[in-house]
Design a protein. Structure first.
Length: 615
């Protein structure tokens, strides 16, 4: 059994080890990896958690104020397309990529014969999200996404690019990017107008058009969508291209090769495109997001012509999960800063974590963090399982259908929670929280993009409908729910399980109703449905974990009731119809279980059964 955590001994959520302090992440990684994988990964995650908690956390604050700058032209008016990064960004890149964050899930890392599953990558980028809440985490996510697309769809022509995207050595590597959005359409990708023509003489495809939001603008492994001659309108007519930053005639422009161009403009070494300007954004400063004009820009076709959108959705699924784990990390960082501040700040004669209202705040932030992280890693586990099956050429239809349902919901819900938690964490710091010297103000600015890129909340809700309509995703969903709830038998969970059962029955009615309603009604209900699925599914998952811990074979060696309290509070907050807002109930969970929930104190299971019986 692990010791509880005394947050009063820290000064802030920096210069600490994020892996060591995030017990929920530890639990989820232990759950989603096999024992052998976890044994291999544990020390590496711990090492990365330390480096991110120290060097990257400091660098992130610095880069936020001294972000990348674009020099579009040189003094003679020639295109330069040069993004100048602070040295701290390169230091972060070396730490994160050379730890194997992307590489280890694509190539067998040192000490293993096989690559790690993508859940390992998601665990590592989660740790990065504690410090780089959306900024530098974005290129890392797109590097993994571009590698996944090439692994799936390239026939070997782009092997050099794949090798560089998955390289561990900083000098040998390149980063990915994903240019979909054009001014006339971000959500409506089918409105893309960029044209692609094959130039026989040059032996390349040539792209012409404008991309309106290009994060990691100078990525060498950029994937872009374009329309070939006579291709149909809409998404069916889109093809995918790899558009290098450098002139592909000269080979892959790795990070090492770029060092040659630090002082003088690369000139002919560049591909023909114009980085018009960088956007002046609210947050995520570390990633340069800009506008790009293609004009006869050299490109490689990736996969099949007119299959680009479908291929891009494979990348999008991973990006959405990356977004979700980073959102969970934002929640985790906001929570950590709040716990530490509340344990140290005195007002009216006591530390503020002694007061009932703050106790409730911290309990509910903790429950939110653990619920979001549990759901997201379950969605990640399912995603990775499907990828493993594909790599092994095995059938994984059921897993695919679950992935289609759970992935958009993971992104949709956690993004909203990240903003809410970052906002409240700002308030917990008091006035300082609103000041740039403290990280909460950046967390809040960074969090605001989470629901926008990779699909807004509305667009994701429509995607949930599609997963239900086209994939009948409710079938595997209900099978999983049934199995989970059947396995929950501990008396300490009776009350919570009864509420979840009732809501699950209502959710099934909602699903049946929508299947019979017209498209407008289904769309009207889809966002509420997505959140409802999140809440019921997460409640089932938390109950399953609580059952395991009460029996003593879950994350805890000895039987422990802490997870039962987490499940109970989550259900109270999101699924229970509480009379008079719970005020008449006399429930004092946040006061009685504060140490268990917030400080990870273990709970004797017998005490919970007695509480329920006494109720
Ligand atoms: C910092 C940042 C970085 C970005 N980086 C990239 C990048 O690297 N690559 C890239 O391709 N894009 C990128 N984007 C663009 C982003 O993906 C789009 O902005 C986003 O998908 C929304 O598209 P849009 O801006 O065209 O808004 P619109 O599609 O016009 O949406 C406007 C609003 O309408 C709603 N809406 C649209 N359609 C419907 C509907 N059918 N039903 C209900 N509501 C609807 C949306 O939910 C949204 O609230 C980035 C954006 C930002 C802010």
């Amino acid at each position: 059994m692990e010791d509880s955590i005394d947050y009063g001994k820290f000064e802030e959520g920096r210069h600490v080890n994020y892996w060591e302090l995030d017990r929920r992440l530890q639990r989820e990684m232990r759950r989603v990896l096999s024992d052998e994988e976890f044994d291999w990964a544990q020390n590496r995650l711990e090492e990365l958690g330390k480096d991110i908690g120290h060097t990257v956390a400091d660098n992130a604050d610095y880069i936020d104020k001294h972000g990348p700058e674009l020099e579009t032209y040189d003094k003679h008016g020639d295109v330069k397309n040069f993004v100048r990064y602070p040295e701290e960004q390169f230091e972060d890149e070396r730490i994160v990529y050379e730890a194997g964050t992307v590489a280890d899930s694509f190539r067998a890392p040192p000490g293993r014969d096989e690559p790690m599953p993508l859940t390992h990558y998601l665990g590592m980028i989660y740790l990065l999200g504690y410090a780089e809440s959306g900024g530098f985490a974005c290129p890392v996510a797109m590097t993994a996404g571009a590698a996944l697309v090439l692994e799936k769809f390239d026939d070997g022509e782009l092997k050099e690019y794949y090798d560089a995207l998955t390289a561990r050595d900083h000098d040998e590597m390149i980063e990915g990017a994903m240019f979909l959005t054009e001014e006339q359409g971000g959500s409506d990708v089918g409105a893309n107008e960029t044209v692609a023509e094959y130039d026989e003489d040059a032996g390349y495809w040539k792209l012409t058009g404008e991309k309106w939001f290009c994060s990691n603008i100078d990525g060498e492994g950029t994937l872009a969508l374009g329309r070939t001659e006579d291709a149909p309108e809409g998404t069916d007519g889109l093809s995918m291209f790899l558009v290098p930053h450098g002139d592909p005639e000269d080979g892959v422009m790795t990070k090492g090769r770029r060092k040659e161009f630090e002082d003088e403009p690369p000139g002919d070494a560049l591909n023909d495109q114009l980085y018009r300007r960088l956007k002046d954004k609210l947050g995520t400063t570390a990633v340069p997001t800009g506008e790009v004009e293609f004009e006869d820009t050299k490109a490689y076709l990736v996969g099949e012509e007119e299959n680009g959108f479908k291929q891009m959705t494979e990348m999008l699924n991973l990006e959405r999960l990356s977004n979700a784990v980073i959102s969970c990390a934002i929640i985790g960082r906001g929570l950590l800063e709040s716990k530490i501040h509340a344990a140290n700040r005195e007002a009216f004669g006591s530390t503020i974590d002694e007061y009932p209202l703050m106790r409730e705040d911290l309990v509910d932030m903790t429950v939110d963090h653990e619920a979001a992280t549990a759901y997201t890693f379950e969605a990640s586990r399912i995603f990775a399982e499907r990828e493993e099956a594909e790599r092994a050429d095995e059938e994984a239809d059921e897993t695919y259908r679950m992935m289609r349902l759970l992935t958009p919901i993971a992104k949709l819900r956690t993004a909203r929670m990240a903003i809410d938690t970052a906002s409240y964490a700002t308030e917990v710091q008091g006035g300082n929280g609103y000041v740039e010297d403290f990280v909460t103000e950046r967390l809040l600015r960074d969090a605001q993009v989470m629901p926008i890129w990779e699909g807004t909340e509305n667009i994701l809700s429509l995607d949930v409908l599609r997963a239900l309509e086209r994939e009948n995703a409710h079938e595997p969903f209900m099978r999983v729910m049934d199995e989970r709830l059947d396995a929950v038998t501990h008396p300490a969970l009776d009350e919570t399980k009864a509420t979840v059962n009732e809501e699950y029955e209502d959710l099934k009615k909602a699903l049946a109703t929508l299947a019979g309603e017209d498209a407008d009604y289904a769309q009207l209900s889809s966002k509420r449905l997505a959140h409802y699925i999140f809440e019921v599914f997460t409640a089932g998952l938390l109950l399953e974990q609580a059952q395991e811990d009460l029996e003593g074979d879950g994350a805890t060696e000895e039987p422990d009731g802490r997870s039962a309290i987490i499940a109970r509070r989550f259900v109270q907050n999101y699924l229970e119809d509480r009379e008079a807002r719970g005020i008449t109930s006399g429930d004092r969970l946040p006061l009685e279980q504060f140490d268990a929930v917030v400080r990870f104190e273990s709970v004797e299971p017998g005490s919970l059964v007695e509480t329920v019986e006494a109720d």
